[in-house]
Design a protein around this ligand. Structure first.
Ligand SMILES: Cc1ncc(COP(=O)(O)O)c(C=O)c1O
Length: 388
């Protein structure tokens, strides 16, 4: 008998977490090391949110909250999804989880059986294939290409679908490419889903509040003919700088939510009550969210323009999220070689594109850092560029 579960034992470690840990270790002995490997806002959680949590903590609101989410939070989320995303979700279809990541796991684990396939976009977030695998299903990448700016097309979706496909995961604004879902792509997505009625769509919209001027992000659940098949994922980590609070959610039909709640009850029981109370306040922090969004936009401009000024380096302007997806045409070096070079010579940490499933020499940098750090990053990388 094996000591470990085969699916868990064979999971690849998270490459982005590996680089974040490496950076933290290096920073201990050399504080001048710059880490742009992380995936979190550098801003403090807005104070009204913190004050609300403290208020409820002091009031002793520290016991189990036996429910898939406090009623006021689930109603607030349903209202937010209607107001901001034009999606009609019943509060009974909303489940509050300890982070969007766990919401994704709960949903996939509750929906798939052995032999089922789950499609996801590549380049894509490092955790999708691992979560699919941990749930006993088979991850199937839909390869998007830099040649057409990582555009999602019906053709690409059709080339990956089989009769065993159970779920398609899309993520816009995208980590790592920074692309938003366009009307044309949404039309293709709808046509694809209509042609494959057995496929559910998981739309991971965790960066939905970080969209830059001139771009907009569309929510697939706003389309009536597919709405009941769309599981929307979102949360508080990125929009309201609450990564460490661990609070996210999924939205689906009440029928599907009932099944997911069975797994929820036997695993996490609930999300801390005082955190959920604070999340209700976070839903109303529109002014704070907008201020952070504007700062991200200014940093994006500074960083992308800076990177494009380095010989052999090119990056498209991200439309959303806070990542720069940067290509290094540096004497045929691959993404890991580039990362090692800039780590050793420039003391800058990025995540190699290979972690997101691409063989192209891309590196993902987070620009959720101060202007000074971003400018210094550009300066250091320019200095060590082997291409002059
Ligand atoms: C694409 C994507 N989805 C989901 C998450 C999960 O975020 P959290 O679990 O903090 O809500 C992340 C975090 O990095 C992400 O990049």
């Amino acid at each position: 008998m094996n000591l470990y579960n085969d699916e868990i034992f064979s999971l690849a470690p998270s490459r982005s977490m590996e680089f974040i840990a490496k950076a933290k270790l290096m920073q201990k002995s050399d504080p001048s090391v710059i880490s742009l490997a992380g995936g979190e806002p550098d801003f403090a959680t807005p104070s009204p949110i913190c004050e609300e949590a403290v208020k409820w903590l002091r009031a002793g609101y520290t016991h189990y909250t036996i429910c898939p989410g406090l009623p006021e939070l689930r109603v607030g989320i349903a209202e937010k999804l209607k107001r901001d995303n034009n999606c009609n979700y019943d509060p009974d279809g909303i489940i509050v989880a300890p982070g969007g990541k766990f919401a994704i796991y709960l949903a996939i684990r509750s929906l798939v059986n052995k032999g089922d396939e789950v499609m996801y976009l590549e380049p894509g977030w490092v955790s999708y294939p691992a979560i699919i695998q941990a749930s006993g299903a088979t991850p199937v990448p839909v390869r998007l290409s830099q040649v057409d700016s990582f555009k999602l097309t019906r053709e690409k979706l059709e080339s990956a679908v089989t009769p065993n496909t159970k779920i398609l995961i899309v993520n816009y604004p995208n980590n790592p490419t920074g692309k938003c879902l366009s009307q044309g792509e949404l039309d293709d997505l709808v046509a694809f889903l209509e042609a494959h009625p057995q496929v559910l769509l998981m739309s991971d919209e965790i960066y939905e509040r970080i969209v830059f001027t001139g771009s907009s992000n569309l929510s697939p659940a706003s389309i009536p003919q597919i709405a009941s098949r769309v599981i929307t994922i979102n949360g508080f980590s990125k929009a309201t700088a609450m990564t460490g609070w661990r609070c996210g959610y999924l939205a689906t039909t009440p029928e599907i939510a009932k099944v997911i709640y069975r797994l929820y009850q036997h695993t996490i029981s609930c999300v801390s009550g005082f955190i959920q109370k604070a999340a209700v306040v976070a839903l109303g922090c529109t002014e704070e969210i907008e201020q952070m969004r504007k700062r991200f936009e200014a940093r994006r401009d500074l960083f992308i323009n800076g990177m494009n000024s380095i010989p052999g380096v090119s990056a498209e302007m991200p439309e959303g999220a806070f990542y720069a997806w940067v290509k290094f045409d540096w004497n045929s070096m691959n993404s890991e070689e580039v990362c090692n070079l800039i780590l050793e010579k420039a003391r800058v940490v990025g995540v190699p594109g290979i972690a997101y499933g691409t063989d192209e020499p891309y590196v993902r940098f987070s620009f959720a850092e101060s202007d000074e750090i971003l400018a210094e990053t550009v300066r250091r990388i320019k200095e060590v560029s082997p291409v002059k």
